[in-house]
Design a protein around this ligand. Structure first.
Ligand code: SAM
Length: 281
């Protein structure tokens, strides 16, 4: 039985890390007219009102998107954060931050007439929320397992493929399953771009994913980690957010490094960001 609901965490520092990384990749893909298939293997609800009961329970957005929103005038000159905050503004009914958009929304923004968008979600209540979202005509919503749905859909009908894999990792096996799925995608679509999000927890489970990716033989994987606190300061819960990007478009790594240095300053003194090639070309 799935228990995780993203509404409890919407707009937190990990969402900022994940969606900023996604935004950087999408902007790059939009430079060429060649059609793209976007796949979101774990879509969630699509849009999160910040005054929802679940979101108000932990108010994690206050130490995430709200910190950036408060600094948006100062961030306007950053080539990534400036347009990212502008996009975020398009979701708000007033200058007040009232909603946080999830990955289906960020992907929809990049979905042109020639592109496709496949969204997978397994939790019945999240599926019913997702059904209510206005999405482009080419978007397809599947109430199904995202990793097997993705694997079964390969190769895509378009020349380019961009995948976001963002599980809740409620099942520990998911760390290894994600690596196996990346290997399957890279074998069938060599030029695919795959973004994988993972949590940094005191248990250190993410090493199962990282080690499996290294062992898999997949090349060209960039790793970025945004820490809200130093690892030793947290005994339970997430202290950081990790992203792997397979085949990052040229320049996205340095652009994200620059923008995340500004994000770190917004998040407070304890926050840090590091990045490196996890597996080189
Ligand atoms: N990607 C979303 C975003 O950025 O806005 C957040 C996704 S949330 C971290 C993970 C989602 O995966 C949850 O909504 C959960 O219900 C869903 N989920 C869990 N197991 C799944 C599976 N096997 N296939 C598809 N979705 C699943």
């Amino acid at each position: 039985m799935l228990a995780y609901q993203h509404a409890y965490h919407a707009g937190n520092f990990a969402d900022v890390h994940k969606h900023l990384s996604l935004f950087a990749v999408l902007r790059h893909l939009l430079r060429k007219p060649s059609p793209v298939t976007y796949v979101d293997t774990h879509a969630g609800r699509g849009l999160y009102p910040l005054d929802a009961e679940e979101t108000q329970r932990l108010k994690e957005y206050r130490h995430g998107v709200a910190s950036l929103w408060a600094a948006r005038e100062r961030l306007a000159d950053d080539p990534l954060l400036g347009p990212w905050c502008e996009r975020l503004g398009a979701v708000q009914a007033s200058p007040r931050l009232s909603h946080y958009p999830g990955s289906p929304w960020w992907l929809s923004q990049a979905c042109r007439a020639q592109d496709r968008l496949d969204l997978y979600e397994l939790h019945p209540s999240e599926v019913s929320h997702l059904e209510t979202q206005a999405l482009p005509d080419q978007a397809r919503r599947f109430h199904a397992d995202g990793l097997s749905g993705l694997r079964a859909s390969l190769p895509p009908a378009t020349p380019r493929l961009c995948v976001l894999i963002d599980p809740s990792y409620e099942i520990k096996q998911e760390y290894v399953d994600v690596a196996t799925t990346l290997q399957a995608v890279s074998a069938k679509v060599r030029h695919a771009i795959v973004l994988i999000w993972y949590p940094l927890l005191p248990s250190g489970r993410h090493h199962d994913l990282l080690d499996a990716v290294r062992r898999s033989g997949v090349r060209k994987v960039w790793r970025s980690e945004l820490l809200q606190h130093p690892p030793g300061d947290v005994t339970h819960g997430m202290y950081g957010s990790g992203m792997l990007i397979f085949n990052p478009p040229w320049g996205v790594d340095t652009q994200l490094d620059d923008s995340l240095s500004h994000v770190v300053r917004c998040l407070g003194d304890a926050a840090t960001h590091t990045s490196q090639w996890w597996v080189e070309e």
